[in-house]
Write a new protein. Sequence first.
Length: 446
Amino acid sequence: MTMRAFRGEMLSVGRDPRHHPDAVEYQPDGLLVIEDGLVIARGAYADLAPRFSGIATEALSGLIVPGFVDAHIHYPQMDRIASHGEQLLDWLDRHIFPAEKAFAGRALADGVANGFLDELLRNGTTSALVFPTVHPQSVDALFDAGLVRQMRIISGKVLMDLGPDGLADTVATGRAETEALIRRWAQKGRLGYAVTPRFALSCSDAQMQAAGDILTAHPEVLLHTHLAENRHECAAVAQRFLGAIDYLDVYDSFGLVGARSVFAHGIHLPDRACARLAETGAGIAVCPSSNLFLGSGFFNFGQADAHGVRFGLGTDIGAGTSFSMMHTAGLAYQAALAREESLDPFRALYLATAASADLLHIADRVGALRVGQEADFTVLDYQATPLLARRTAGATLAERLFAMQILGDDRLVSRTYILGECAWDRATSAFAQPGVIAHAGADARP
Ligand SMILES: [Zn+2]
């Protein structure tokens, strides 16, 4: 048994402050006590210190928050971030599909997967729901890299039998490869599986039905796909599925809408679809930087709230323009304002942590730094840039949090911890495998 403690300013928002005014948990001088990777105590330092006086305590400067949970991101698109010129469907054809074809090669997939997970850690993200490519080896590469880092990574081979040459599977191979991957990776480390049809236009009716059958046979896995992102996409879906009430109804008719379904975007939804999402418990991964980059539109927070739809936040790299969930939270505020809604900075932090964890069905394990949860957290630096230092000096907690969301990027993150061990240290630019170099350079005290 290894026990250790961290002292510092701590903030988490484990429930939606819109419904729970007491959701914000804050200790200006807190103590977080960890045993074997789990939080066993958290509270004011003055209250807890006498109980844990014999434990090595490390002081961390900055704001300690739960590790971020990215509810929608594509790892093979990492190296196509910032590709110029088009909206969704043309952008896929011109920039993304050619890049994804290269993931037939395992060595390339390994290289990108490792660089991708390091980039998540540099941005304070410790859990993510990730699109790989159609190739099963792209899933193996990501899961192998996630297992080494002990990160909470959920992914699954992309199903796209109507995809372009070189990226199309078939109903039979898609089903067989998905089943084999579920068997291979079940119960390994902190990994999870998501059945991943790319989106309605990429899959035949038979393949979407197969995806529904797999979900029924494996109640522990998630469903991860895209929904109503772009107006041209929505028009094409309406044209192909003449019998469907709306875009969500297409997925519903194949058994793909349920409490474990995560739909990216959901920008252009009728009220009926929002009501159906709420009724089934399915959720939306809101991706504001991607929506702005591709000119897709703005998520309707007011409509979603009016219907009680669950939602979290995703970066949607490579249409998204930043790996930073803090920056993404700042853009969510701006997207909400574009529709005359206001997003509170504490609620934005909730969306980037516990709400996304809830979408991914891992909220019992991560997202709030609660006693019993896994000790994944990140340390945010108020002094990350000269401008941020000026703006946060003497400011209230809400002002400091909001300034970090609006002005912050990867430079905000001074440390990222996985299961209580330092996995990224900005001061030394070092990634550490958990348990290996965790204490290097630490301000350790007896
Ligand atoms: Zn996406």
